[in-house]
Structures are given as structure tokens and as C-alpha cells.
Design a protein around this ligand. Sequence first.
Ligand SMILES: Cc1cc2nc3c(=O)[nH]c(=O)nc-3n(C[C@H](O)[C@H](O)[C@H](O)COP(=O)(O)O)c2cc1C
Length: 387
Amino acid sequence: MMRYLTAGESHGPALTAIIEGLPANLPLSREALNHELFRRQQGYGRGGRMKIEKDELKILSGLRFSRTLGSPLTIQIINRDYDSWQEKMAPFGERPGTVEPVTCPRPGHADLPGALKYGLQDVRDVLERASARETAVRVAVGAVARELLKHFDIGIYSYVQAIGEVAAPPVAAAEVVRNYEKIEASPVRCPSLPAAQKMMAAIDRAKAEGDTLGGVFVVLALGVPAGLGSHVHWDRKLDARLAGALMSIQSVKGVEIGDGFAAAARPGSLVHDEIYYEPHTGYRRRTNHAGGLEGGITNGEPLYCRVAVKPIPTLTKPLASVDMDARKPAFAAVERSDTCVVPAAAVVGEAVVAWELAVALQEKLGGDSLQEMLANYRSYRRQCAGR
Ligand SMILES: Cc1cc2nc3c(=O)[nH]c(=O)nc-3n(C[C@H](O)[C@H](O)[C@H](O)COP(=O)(O)O)c2cc1C
């Protein structure tokens, strides 16, 4: 089974991921992987760090002549910022007198609960790892998964539906694909130009007021075959795994699959997707309220996840907190920070969805190499066509 671990602090020397269980012979290109890192660093409302750092990955193991070996793939992304943080983040030695601890936790961050849980006096010991800087290496992992999915004609897309109170009109999956260049070029990843302009104005206002904004993004996966995931056990249900993966992204507070919460208010006749069959398409649906998943298994329709992102917690006009040394009222610490991360979070959303689909695909098909997976896929498609 494919699995991965990540390691690394926001201002430490590097972020690292080890992916275990990848099939051998999967072609990987440096350009394709780095392009995903670039996409995560875009977006209107990002802070200073994105201007300092242009992420690029290094592969330390598992790849030879641009093909996976089947052995663990180790990815490293150097934190260029580490040069100016070496003293504050030194792995060895005593704390220098010049390095002040952070003692005023930021509401909405892991700062206070993390310090309490791990018995830490310096909130930096928590925030360095809790920071969404970690998502850079998760995007790299997702980029590898995406390369695997491409061989099965599975494509992952995302767009931003709302920022703060500004919402764009709903968009059909086919329209997203048709307009994808426009979405990629939009500073807020929004398919509607008028909505995008209002979103950017809202971000400008929030920034001027020392505030932050959240929003909603959508992740779509097209070309997903029926039969990924399983109904037989709770932890094999793909809807649960997707929701867990999306919720694990820093600042994500809600995940809907298909119509999600809206379905709760409708009668069943308006929620379930009627089935028809045609020899050239197989089993299809005229609607896709289920978002491509029934009983924890993909049903062959586009996968649709809608994700709520809270406004990020670091405010330049800080909220009330408590100084944990003095136990006295104080303002929350101010770190260099973004104003709105919804477009970047959407790219991270694509990455975690790509990973979960790649894992489910490998579970379905087995195979130690890409060619074995593809042969098994052809045979599975024949089996589905015959039923
Ligand atoms: C791409 C991305 C960038 C983020 N950048 C910041 C940031 O600059 N400042 C900040 O306070 N929070 C930022 N966050 C959100 C925090 O990391 C997150 O709110 C925090 O770790 C607490 O986790 P929770 O919101 O999931 O509870 C970012 C999130 C994402 C997805």
C-alpha cells in the first residue's frame, strides 16, 4: 500500500517527504513536479515569504533516469529562508540570549493547545510545525500521485467559489475544464471575472484593516473509474478518506462531497442520481448530486468536493491573548503572514485528492510496476463493460 510521511519545520533547513509503495517505472519530470510547487505559491493575498522563496524540489532516493524504482522516494524542499533563521532554529546548542521565546499564542492557531499538550514554553516550538509551510511538501507528494493518475486519464482540477462574502456563480464540471486556462491565470483561481475582481477588492480591504479572509474552493476529479474505495469497512470508504485528507489541510473547516449539506434539506427524489445504460458509455447518471461517490465507492461520475477555509489566524491587528510567562493579558504574536490563502489551499486540496485517488487506484489494481497496473486496469475495464 502506498503511504507517506512528511517532516520539517517552517523555518528549518528543509521539508522532506518519504513516499513508500510507489509502483516502479513511473516517469517523473522535475518540471512537472516543480510546476505544482509554483502553483501553490500563487494567489492574491499571499504574504512576503512567497516573494522570497521559489520552491524547488530535490529527489534524494527512489528515482533513476526519471523513472521510479519501486523503492522509497524521498523528496526534499530547501527552505531558502533558513539562512536568516539558523540561530533561531539551531538543532544543537543552548538557546542564545538574543533569541526571545514566543509567549503570546495566536487564537485560531495550534499555538496554545500545542504548547499545553507538549509542555512547551516557547510557542515557536509548536507553530514551526503547525504552519502550512508543510503543505509545500504535501503538494510535491500530490504531484507524484498526479503523474500516476495521468496514465489512467484521471485529471484533477480546482477553482475558488467564494472569498469572504463574495461568491461566484456555480460552474459545471465541463465548463471548469473548458475554462481551465482562465482559472489558472486568475489571481484568485476564480472562473468568473467580475467575481474575481470583487474578491481581490475584498482581500485589499481586509489587508488594509489588518484582517484576514477565508472562503470556499472546489476540487474536481474527472476520468475516475467506478470502483475505487469500498463499502465493506469504514476506513476503506473513499468519501471518508477524502474528507479526512481535505480536513487535514491547515485552515480547512468543512468538506462536502456532492451536494453535501444542501442535500439534507431536499427530498430523496431530488438528491439521488437516476441510473441509465448505453452500450457505448456503460452505466451513467443524468445528474451528479452524489459527487461521484456512493457507499464510499466511486461510481464513474466526476468526483466533486467543496471545501470551506477559515480566515487565517495571524492578524496584523492582533487579537487578545495571554502572555504565557506572566499569565497576563497581551496581544497575540504577529508573524509575517498571508491575508487570504484560499487559492493556494485549493492547490493543496488538489494534491491531497490526487494522493487519495492514487492510493485507491493502487489498492484496486495492485501491481508493483506501472505496466502491471495498466494491464490490470485494462482487464478491470473489460470486466466492467461485460456487466
Ligand atoms: C496555503 C496555506 C497558507 C497559510 N498561511 C498562513 C499564514 O500565513 N498565517 C496564518 O496565520 N495561517 C496560515 N494558514 C493557516 C494556518 O496554518 C492554520 O489555520 C493553523 O495551522 C491552524 O490550523 P486549523 O486552522 O486547521 O485549525 C495557511 C493555510 C494554508 C492552507
